[in-house]
Write a protein of this length. Structure first.
Length: 448
């Protein structure tokens, strides 16, 4: 009878010999953050069959799920610099500009930073993957890698719904922690001595924007009252899109270990730190934050943990001198950003006309032939990596990774025609386009 609920069930039991589901692809991208998204979408545009795998049950990586809230390193220095990175950067900014109060350009004394709404960015990510016919595999952890010689042939993943094997001609390691190459047994780097602290972001709603204190005022009060509240970090800043009464607050430092039990413990401690910081804001700045409440916590924001050993080890001296490599694939002028002590961070900034570059060699593993890294796990020293791991150059890295796999002679990424690659991604290295005028930066809707 229509409308009568079924009460029938069946009894099932997991088979000990259940085979892994198998997926084949031209390109498998491990990591669905901003670098992985760029690589996957660019590979799809090149006509490749793409599988994108991420350990989280949602796409967007830290850009969405850790609520980073800012696109950094996307513009040259100065209050109205030119855009450094194109590709999906344009797609994202166009999409956000069409949404209601989803993007804001902050023209600071050093550079232009783009604030964004993480929910809107998440929708762009999901819609883009569907339109590109990319196969997503979410909530998947690496179990094992099949390696033959210098090539990864397939990767086994486990999800809560069962195991899956992905076979691919080429891979992009955009995992952030070099998880693919590490589990495949290839050499990786970790910091020798100092921890690189991460951040627990928190989004506050119902703030009074007209009363919002500056980051300097917040930081000074944190230094004065930090012991009283039990604050670890003694500096803080908020990212506010005007007119929404919402601020994403960056006020914590948390350790981000690679050991599973410790990582879980530190994640909980991070939320505790963020809650203390919110209590500090409510009591010390009641005009702005007195009626504020926590809308959401992000996942732990991780800066640097483990990265590849590449063909080229990018150094801080190469950044400072602005060395332009023959195989340059990305550029930025973002400061060297050292989060190596718990109570604060140290910036080394650059002049208005400064540019530094990322070479393809830093994305190519030294001893693996069919993987390209992208994002915060490329090869660099700790200080250099702190400048180039931000979202602007990470978008460019993802784009370059897709093209490097496409151009790899006999599928070997050690053999890529650099001139041909530059023809494809040259805008991200050479172009100086002031697309975003002063009026458009003040009113992003005009830019769409």
């Amino acid at each position: 009878m229509a409308g009568t609920p079924s009460t029938e069930t069946r009894v099932v039991r997991k088979s000990s010999n259940a085979p892994f589901q198998k997926i084949t692809a031209d390109v498998c991208v491990v990591g669905a953050g901003i670098a992985g998204m760029s690589a996957a979408l660019e590979a799809a545009r090149l006509g490749k069959k793409v599988v994108m795998v991420d350990s989280q049950p949602a796409l967007g990586g830290q850009a969405v799920n850790s609520i980073i809230a800012t696109f950094c390193g996307l513009f040259s220095n100065g209050t109205h610099g030119y855009q450094f990175t194109y590709g999906i950067a344009d797609d994202i900014m166009n999409y956000l500009s069409e949404q209601d109060q989803a993007i804001h350009f902050r023209n600071g004394p050093r550079t232009t930073v783009v604030y964004y709404d993480e929910v809107a960015l998440g929708r762009w990510v999901e819609e883009s993957i569907l339109k590109a016919n990319i196969t997503p595999v979410m909530g998947a952890m690496i179990l094992d890698c099949k390696v033959e010689g210098a090539r990864i042939k397939s990767v086994d993943f486990m999800t809560r719904y069962g195991a899956i094997t992905v076979e691919a001609d080429g891979f992009v390691d955009a995992s952030g922690d070099a998880a693919l190459l590490w589990n495949a047994g290839f050499e990786c780097r970790e910091p020798e001595k100092q921890t690189v602290f991460g951040t627990q972001m928190v989004v506050l709603e119902n703030i009074d924007e007209s009363q919002q204190p500056t980051r300097d005022v917040i930081g000074q009060r944190m230094k004065e009252k930090g012991d009283e509240y039990g604050l670890l970090r003694r500096e803080g800043l908020g990212f506010t899109i005007p007119g929404r009464g919402i601020a994403a607050m960056n006020m914590t430092h948390i350790e981000t270990p690679l050991e599973p039990v410790a990582a879980s413990q530190k994640a909980l401690e991070g939320k505790h730190q963020a809650s203390i910081a919110v209590e500090f804001l409510k009591k010390e700045f009641p005009a702005c934050f007195g009626q504020a409440r926590i809308r959401s916590f992000g996942l732990p924001g991780i800066r640097q943990t483990r990265w590849i050993v590449g063909q080229h080890h990018l150094t801080v001296d190469e950044l400072k001198t602005g060395k332009k490599f023959d195989d340059a694939i990305a550029r930025t002028a973002w400061p060297i950003e050292l989060h190596d002590h718990g109570d604060g961070h140290h910036w080394i900034t650059f002049d208005e006309d400064h540019v530094h570059y990322v070479p393809l060699g830093s994305l190519i593993p030294k001893t693996c032939e069919n993987v390209v890294a992208a994002g915060r796990c490329i090869d660099a020293d700790s200080a250099a990596l702190s400048s180039v791991r931000v979202m602007g150059p990470c978008i460019a890295m993802g784009m370059a990774a897709a093209h490097a796999l496409d151009l790899a002679e006999n599928g070997n990424v050690h053999n890529v025609d650099h001139a041909a690659l530059r023809e494809r991604i040259g805008d991200n290295v050479e172009k100086q386009h002031y697309r975003w005028t002063k009026e458009q930066l003040a009113n992003p809707v005009l830019a769409s």
